[in-house]
Ligand binder design. Structure first.
Ligand code: NDP
Length: 331
């Protein structure tokens, strides 16, 4: 079977030297283990951080070992009473075609309630990130203005729609006109193309009443512009800073302290795992919205195991609309 190892820790943007393709035997599941055939695999911006050997909230990927991430797969052999052959599961598994793991490492999903890919997107980690970051930290109120950066991605597109469900006015920032068009389609009130618009001016125009919630997925200069518009008691969930993930040196920017003092704003970082004891509540709410049509989602699916690195690197070029996935095998 094919596997992808972390061959070299990247400096700056990862490239072909970062990823090592290997051939390995299909593993034999032990007692209490299941053998999973990989169907869909998730590529996520946070994986860039794990390629670095620095302290973080998740361990770095070990060098010369299989890279791990979210996988939806099919049980092809089960040595556990919890699963049977043919079950569909989701778990944190390797970038490989088959994985043998303890049964407790995977969770069963029901292909009849939602498409199985949603377990890696709107009903999985990105959806939960949007749900808890926005509702617990952002707390958007009816009539307030919510700005979302990285708005057309897996997390951002869900954030904007939940803010709409809560009655807020939503402004999305993204990197192409095609993405802005999509954001309008799913209900965003105003959109800004940070690659072609003057972000500061466009924000002022789009937010005549200032900004009450800024859900930050990107950091950097885009965020610097938003901070100038924060209203009294604004909330700023810091979800991601993708603009700096491939910067080799320190990411320096304007200081933000006086802006936060003047606005009495709350800026709070978080990881979705902070809310792990409430995942069931989040998944249920997201599922209800998807079912009743108030929450739409998009997936960009690249086909073929060999294209995993390209799909991953595409995240940093903005190749994806909604959740980026790789289809490895037919269900
Ligand atoms: P996305 O689906 O949003 O994909 C990444 C997107 O980021 C690209 O499509 C691209 O869109 C945009 N982007 C890439 N480079 C830049 C740049 N230099 N400046 C601005 N935008 C850029 O990914 P996710 O939704 O999975 O993740 C979004 C953010 O949330 C990431 O920062 C991620 O690390 C973070 N995250 C945090 C979690 C947490 O627990 N705190 C959990 C999950 C994600 P465009 O065309 O608009 O440039």
């Amino acid at each position: 079977q094919k596997q992808i190892h972390l061959a070299k820790r990247p400096t700056g943007m990862p490239d072909n030297d970062t990823f090592g393709f290997k051939d390995a035997p299909v593993p034999e599941p032990k007692d209490g283990e299941v053998l999973v055939r990989t169907l869909y695999l998730s590529v996520d911006p946070y994986m860039r951080g794990r390629m670095q050997d620095t302290e973080s909230y998740v361990e770095p990927f070990p060098l010369n070992e299989v890279i791990h991430g979210g996988v939806v797969g099919e049980i092809v052999q089960s040595n556990s009473t919890d699963f049977k052959r043919g079950d569909t599961i989701v778990g944190m598994l390797g970038w490989q075609e088959y994985s043998a793991v303890p049964a407790k490492a995977v969770r069963k999903i029901d292909p009849d309630t939602a498409p199985i890919t949603t377990a890696l997107g709107v009903l999985g980690m990105p959806g939960l990130t949007a749900y808890f970051g926005l509702l617990h930290i952002g707390q958007p109120q009816e009539g307030e203005t919510v700005v979302v950066s990285g708005a057309a991605g897996a997390v951002g597109s869900i954030v904007g729609q939940i803010a709409k469900i809560k009655g807020a006015r939503v402004v999305g920032i993204a990197g192409s006109d095609e993405k802005l068009q999509y954001l309008k389609q799913i209900g965003f009130d105003e959109t800004i193309n940070y690659k072609t618009d003057n972000v500061g001016q466009a924000l002022k125009k789009a937010c005549p009443n200032g900004v009450d919630v800024y859900f930050d997925n990107v950091g950097g200069e885009i965020s610097d512009e938003v901070y100038s518009l924060l209203n009294k008691f604004a909330r700023v969930p810091i979800c991601g800073a993708i603009s700096s993930y491939n910067k080799a040196g320190e990411d320096l920017g304007p200081r933000v302290q006086t802006k936060l003092i003047k606005s009495s704003a709350l800026m709070k970082g978080f990881v979705v795992g902070d809310y792990s004891d409430r995942f069931e509540e989040g998944t249920r709410a997201l599922g209800t919205w998807v079912k009743n049509g108030s929450l739409k989602y998009e997936e960009t699916i690249v086909e073929g195991f060999d294209n995993i690195p390209e799909a991953f690197l595409g995240l940093f070029k903005g190749s994806n609309l909604g959740k980026q996935l790789v289809k490895v095998a037919d269900p």
